[in-house]
Design a protein around this ligand. Sequence first.
Ligand SMILES: [Zn+2]
Ligand SMILES: [Zn+2]
Length: 346
Amino acid sequence: MLAVVLKPGHELALEEVPKPKVDGPGQMLVKVTTSAICGSDLHIKYGEIPIAPGSTIGHEFVGVVEETAPDVRRFKPGDRVDVAAGLWCGCCPACKRGKIQSCQVGGVWGGGMFKGRPLPGAQSEYVQVFNADMCAVPIPNNVSDEQAILVGDVFSTGYHAVAQAEVGTGDTLAIFGCGPIGLAAVASAGLFGLKRVFALDVLPNRLAMAEKLGAEPIDASDDGAVNKILAATGMQGVDAAIEAAGLPQSFNQALTALRRDGTLSVVGLFASPVQLNLPVLGLYGVRIHMGLASLSHMDQLMNLLAAGKVDLSCLTTHSFPLSQAMEAYDLFENQKDQCIKVMLKP
Ligand SMILES: [Zn+2]
Ligand SMILES: [Zn+2]
């Protein structure tokens, strides 16, 4: 079968690899109908998330169940499924604390040893899914592949970003970075009864999309961007901020936009260290929450899409056959044609 493979020298290639099969309990074989390219795939390409050359990559996918192990109870052949970007075991100390994202024996699809064991990549024609009953959800008939695929990573991460920002009714929130995760956070913020949501980015098309999803757009390249937030909050600062860009500049902007005793929720992936002004932050009592996103809300988020309470269809801007995966990567990596989310169809 065809799969996207990491090559030495920061290169990707589309290659023939062996088709996987079900060979143990709890497993199912999924025929991929749509996979997506994620920003973290570029971190893998450039070695910022180290995985072994020769590995297949990709962790966002939906498909149809082709075969299940006899003990799989939730799924049967023919079912449409969305699989979580990373697995968890359900029984380690972290899982028992409810922090499945910290499971050390789970793993991320196509993510090497990033989080436990290496798992195969999903930018391919088939995936051997482990822990199937726990780490996959059924897709309702009225939810498209393009929306369902976001539940396993992008929507879950955006929702988690807002949840760990500890905001509630009447609060204010600023979201720094309007890539897919930031936009999913904007859409999720609509579920929390907030008073005002500000969205910051440097790209006009992303700001336009954030506005469409319910945020007040602010051009982050404007020197006065943070001052606009302060002015809009009576010079208090927002109750919470989300860093979804993974950049030192937006991290510091987010901290500056916070009120005293505010909360910063970090979901951006950083390629380099960031300096913190701890003398000031300590006095301000700022709380910073970070870490991988919890994927424990997949069923609820899928239900929100099915009920039409959230519509993320605008995030998918491009779709390519898997056979043109390299063209798709070129478009995504170089941010051509105002792309946001790029899908691959085997
Ligand atoms: Zn992803
Ligand atoms: Zn675990």
